[in-house]
Design a protein around this ligand. Structure first.
Ligand code: BG6
Ligand code: BG6
Ligand code: GLC
Length: 888
């Protein structure tokens, strides 16, 4: 559209007024209000595209999350180092933020030169140079002996997943150092700092200059929620609602988004407003095809745009009598500072003449006026474009807040904005025109990005200190290998202790004989009833065996045991159980049937025979009176008698561990151990007891009541949740969780059931889902809280699995030694909600056993049929044994 042949026709017309001449020549660079509104709308669409997960990969405007979640609140304090790289100057500073309340910042800075050799050389050299400058600064300021946190203002587009990491997406402006793109710049700097082992700096935050500017201004004006740079480059950031940021988990509060608006148009959406000068400038730039919006706006390019226009006009005979100088032909000979000088009110004309003369040109008065007009059009376009994008951001902020009018402050910095005489005024005016419903205050950043970067670092440093406190608490739950070996050895000693007659009464690991003296051999047949009480569910089952290992049929029904019955009288409890049996028999069409019954009763019992067991004490929330110290088989028989409706032959009393072992042994004869990791946890192992046994037979399963109170409380599902709750209370008291508020819910015992623990730790759940679970439990958590809760659960359940593994390792090793084997192959039958539902428990348990008992090849077999089937099997075996006794 600016084709040369058209120019000729202008020639004659343009002779008259130099201003009009330029206006006509640069017609395409003068943007109407409609065009600006159109650009504003396009930028609004771009922001949306960049924020959405599905469209972000193809979006030109990247809308980068910065992990800066709040503006300063005045509580920031401490001493910080700051690096500021990427603008026109490289600066190293020390920032002292005053103690709480005083709201004062003291800065000492030093500028260091950055040559083209460094910005376009090798990446590692660039960062080594930065580290050297820092070292020099610290030496000069006598800071070497101090341990200081550092904020790194690095003004390029990078992808952050946390505050102290950023993968460079691309270099912009004058930088193009090799080997940095697609890598983490913080790692580069850390590596470079390793060459200065005498420095103790901790890089805590990587910050864009826009963010630094916003934070600097927000320190003085809490309304500030936008940062704009109009300098060497151009860019903006603003506080976006988390719920709109697809790229970061969580929907609470806000996060600062670095728009990287310089890349607006890189996908072609601004082609209709770009001119041949913009295209020419882009082709000759360090990053062709990139930062097309920035190239129409920022300081690095405005002078060059003016030069290209002047050259073209001269060639067309519109300026300098058609005579260009060598300098006018030379790239970057006109700089933005020249443009600013030429546009000055009073001295502008004189400046123009001087600048042009210095370029080897011979300008007439009219030439000078024309050149001034070129500068005005170019810089005005810049302000207009900036205003359109900024108005889009402000409108978005207003809409996010659902306000009719928005009152807000924009923090601004950058040499073009600061040094160009008309720029700020023009920008402000156009923004107000394009966003009439926003009352905007523009605040010039007085201390660059440095002060703001220090604020971000101060917050990060506070978070780091809190992290340390959390780690200290969680460290209490970490077990070393030595700890675990020690637990195994102690368990090993306890096993011997519990089996020996003399030491048995004092043993903490009870080693209770179960009087189950045989394993299923596949010849079992008949119909049996089984009860299964003591796990998460109470079940009544009918088990039908036909000859052959796999031909088993089971029918079962789950019944609820209401809390008032669990904690009522023993009579009520056992009557309820019998009621459930009656219902079940009815349901199965077996009313009045006389069946043998196996009773899985998963509480600590002292058995004296297979069908006799004195309840030692209730656990797992049961509290029914008049049961402890009584034979539970008798209690059940009495209840059946009271009902006087059917008769049942109670053949065996079985613990769930034994039931599980028997269930698994029915399929795998190598199964000699039963383990429950459920709402409580016990283990059972088949081994030769040295206790006086009233029954013959070489082997008898011994119930290891692993319920040494300390051990069980560290390992079983029911207690894990309680431990988690206690830790959460502790962390909340320290102000590290739930904003320091201990809610009614957190005070409630038992809120963390095993299933919640398992859900929270699931790797498949996103943070938001974890948060939803916590909220379901009545814990009003932020996403950060949710991360901590998940970690706490992880630490507690890991320890449980490790301890359980250490105990099991002791048992398998004893089995191996007892049999005098070098190597033992053994199967453990396992059941329990913790083992089955928890995402990591079983794996950690298995790994621990492998590590601590390397001579044993342990197979874990999940009991699919619960303990009920095992109870029925024991009933068969016991009946067989009874028969044998009768015959003898
Ligand atoms: C400064 C910041 O104040 O503004 C710089 O501290 C930033 O880091 C700059 O890049 C932008 O301006 P310019 O003109 O120096 O690029
Ligand atoms: C089941 C058994 O499969 O596992 C129960 O049948 C047993 O009797 C239970 O107590 C253990 O798991 P939890 O987690 O339900 O206590
Ligand atoms: C460039 C950079 C951006 C920076 C801006 C201002 O656009 O890509 O990160 O904020 O310049 O310095």
């Amino acid at each position: 559209m600016f084709a040369v042949h058209l120019l000729a026709s202008y020639l004659t017309k343009l002779k008259e007024d130099p201003i009009k001449k330029v206006d006509r020549f640069l017609y395409h660079m003068r943007l109407s209000d409609e065009t600006l509104l159109e650009i504003m709308a396009r930028f609004q669409a771009e922001m949306e595209k960049g924020l959405r997960k599905d469209t972000n990969p193809t979006a030109a405007v990247k809308m980068l999350p910065t992990f800066v979640r709040a503006i300063p609140d005045g509580s920031e304090h401490g001493e910080f180092l700051s690096l500021d790289l990427g603008g026109s100057k490289f600066r190293v500073s020390k920032v002292q933020v005053s103690e709480e309340g005083k709201h004062k910042v003291h800065m000492e800075s030093q500028f260091y030169p950055v040559t083209g050799e460094i910005t376009r050389g090798n990446g590692s050299q660039l960062f080594e140079y930065v580290a050297d400058c820092l070292a020099d600064f610290m030496e000069a300021k006598d800071l070497k002996q101090k341990e200081l946190p550092l904020g790194f203002t690095f003004s390029f587009p990078y992808w952050q997943t946390k505050l102290d990491e950023g993968v460079l997406l691309s270099w912009t402006k004058k930088f193009k150092a090799r080997g940095v793109q697609d890598t983490d710049v913080v790692s580069h700097l850390r590596r470079a700092l390793q060459k200065h082992p005498d420095l103790h700096v901790d890089i805590l935050a990587l910050v864009s200059d826009t963010v630094g500017t916003m934070m600097t201004c927000a320190y003085d004006d809490p309304y500030c929620e936008v940062g704009v740079i109009i300098g060497t480059g151009s860019n903006a950031c603003y506080m976006e609602d988390m719920s709109n940021i697809d790229l970061v988990e969580g929907d609470e509060g806000r996060m600062c988004i670095n728009t990287e608006w310089g890349a607006f148009g890189d996908d072609g959406v601004l082609e209709d407003i770009r001119t041949e000068f913009d295209r020419e400038l882009d082709l000759g730039s360090l990053h062709p095809g990139k930062q097309l919006f920035e190239k129409m706006i920022s300081g690095l390019y405005l002078g060059e745009l003016v030069r290209l226009i002047l050259l073209k006009m001269t060639r067309a005979g519109l300026l300098f009598g058609g005579k260009a100088s060598c300098a006018l032909h030379t790239k970057d000979k006109i700089e933005t500072r020249h443009v600013a000088a030429m546009e000055k009110y009073k001295e502008g004309l004189a400046n123009t003449k001087e600048i042009l003369t210095n370029l080897g040109l011979e300008p007439s008065e009219a030439d000078c006026a024309a050149v001034q007009q070129v500068c005005t059009i170019v810089s005005f376009r810049s302000a207009n474009l900036c205003a359109a994008a900024l108005a889009a951001i402000l409108t978005r902020l207003r809409e996010n807040k659902k306000l009719v009018r928005l009152r807000t402050t924009v923090g601004v910095d950058g040499t073009l904005y600061k040094t160009h005489p008309q720029y700020p005024k023009r920008l402000h005016k156009v923004v107000r025109k394009l966003a009439p419903n926003c009352d905007v205050r523009f605040l010039l950043s007085e201390s660059g990005s440095t002060k703001g970067a220090a604020m971000v670092t101060a917050v990060a440093s506070r978070v780091q200190a809190q992290r340390k406190q959390i780690d200290e608490v969680l460290a209490l739950f970490q077990l070393t290998r030595d700890n675990l070996v020690d637990v195994k050895n102690r368990m090993r000693a306890e096993l011997e202790y519990g089996l020996k007659k003399e030491t048995h009464p004092m043993a903490t690991v009870k080693m209770l004989p179960t009087y189950v003296c045989g394993l299923p051999d596949g010849t079992e047949k008949g119909k049996f009833l089984a009860l299964d009480l003591g796990g998460t569910n109470f079940r009544v089952l009918l088990v039908k065996f036909r000859k052959g290992r796999s031909s088993v049929r089971m029918y079962n029904k789950i019944f609820a045991i209401p809390l008032e019955i669990m904690q009522g009288t023993g009579e009520e409890l056992f009557d309820h159980i019998v009621q459930c049996i009656a219902d079940f028999l009815d349901y199965m069409g077996l009313k009045g049937a006389q069946l043998p019954l196996g009773f899985t009763f998963s509480f600590p019992c002292r058995q004296t025979s297979i069908d006799k067991g004195i309840l030692v004490e209730w656990t797992k929330g049961f509290k029914a009176t008049d049961c402890e110290g009584e034979d539970v088989v008798d209690l059940l028989r009495e209840a059946i008698k009271r009902r006087n409706e059917f008769d049942l032959d109670i053949v065996a009393l079985v613990n769930d561990t034994v039931g599980t072992m028997m269930t698994c042994a029915h399929e795998d004869p190598k199964c000699e151990i039963g383990l429950i990791a459920g709402s409580t946890e016990r283990g059972v192992v088949r081994m030769a007891p040295e206790l006086e046994s009233p029954m013959p037979g070489p082997l008898m399963p011994v119930l290891l009541q692993l319920g040494d109170p300390q051990y069980e409380k560290m390992t079983s599902g029911m207690y894990l949740g309680e431990i988690v709750r206690q830790i959460l209370i502790d962390l909340t008291k320290q102000g590290l969780l739930f904003r320091g508020h201990i809610s009614e819910c957190l005070r409630t015992r038992g809120i963390f059931e095993t299933k919640f623990l398992s859900q929270i730790e699931s790797d498949r759940l996103a943070l938001l889902q974890v948060r939803a679970i916590l909220q379901q439990l009545g814990l009003d958590s932020t996403c950060d809280d949710s991360i901590v809760v998940k970690e706490v659960c992880g630490a507690v359940s890991r320890r449980a699995a490790q301890l359980c593994g250490a105990g099991l390792a002791a048992i398998v090793q004893k089995r191996r030694e007892d049999q005098g084997l070098k190597h033992l192959k053994i199967t453990v039958g396992v059941d329990g909600t913790l083992y089955k539902l928890h995402p990591h428990f079983s794996q950690i348990l298995q790994e621990t056993v492998k590590e601590l008992a390397p001579e044993c090849d342990v197979t874990f077999m999940l009991s699919e049929d619960g303990s009920g089937k095992g109870a029925a099997l024991i009933t068969v075996v016991a009946q067989r044994f009874r028969q044998l006794q009768k015959e003898n």
